[in-house]
Design a protein around this ligand. Structure first.
Ligand SMILES: [Zn+2]
Ligand SMILES: [Zn+2]
Length: 99
């Protein structure tokens, strides 16, 4: 799941009220990335600390994904690139925490 493209991602709108059994999408990311929460936001060239697990989508990637993101990048309307080493976790709970 870490081999997907880093180019041309967008925020998925209207996901603010969604929840999963992990308690937060931050926890969901930590659990399924099997990594510590990163020091920096996943968006390329952003140096802010990530505060949430953001729902993101990409035309070339199947399904919604979760990446660590800062508040301001989570409000981006236009598409953005991710840092090359970002682990992109599946958001679909039937494939992850509620399997
Ligand atoms: Zn979960
Ligand atoms: Zn950011």
């Amino acid at each position: 799941m870490s081999t997907v493209t880093s180019k041309n991602w967008k925020n998925k709108k209207g996901t603010g009220e969604r929840t999963c059994v992990c308690g937060s999408w931050k926890n969901h990311w930590i659990k399924f990335a099997k990594k510590d929460w990163p020091e920096y936001c996943s968006v390329k060239e952003c140096g802010n600390a990530p505060v949430l697990g953001a729902h993101v989508i990409n035309a070339e990637v199947e399904g919604e994904r979760i990446v660590p993101m800062c508040d301001s990048c989570n409000k981006l309307q236009e598409s953005f690139d991710l840092k090359g080493e970002v682990t992109v976790v599946r958001a679909n709970t039937r494939e992850t925490c509620e399997k």
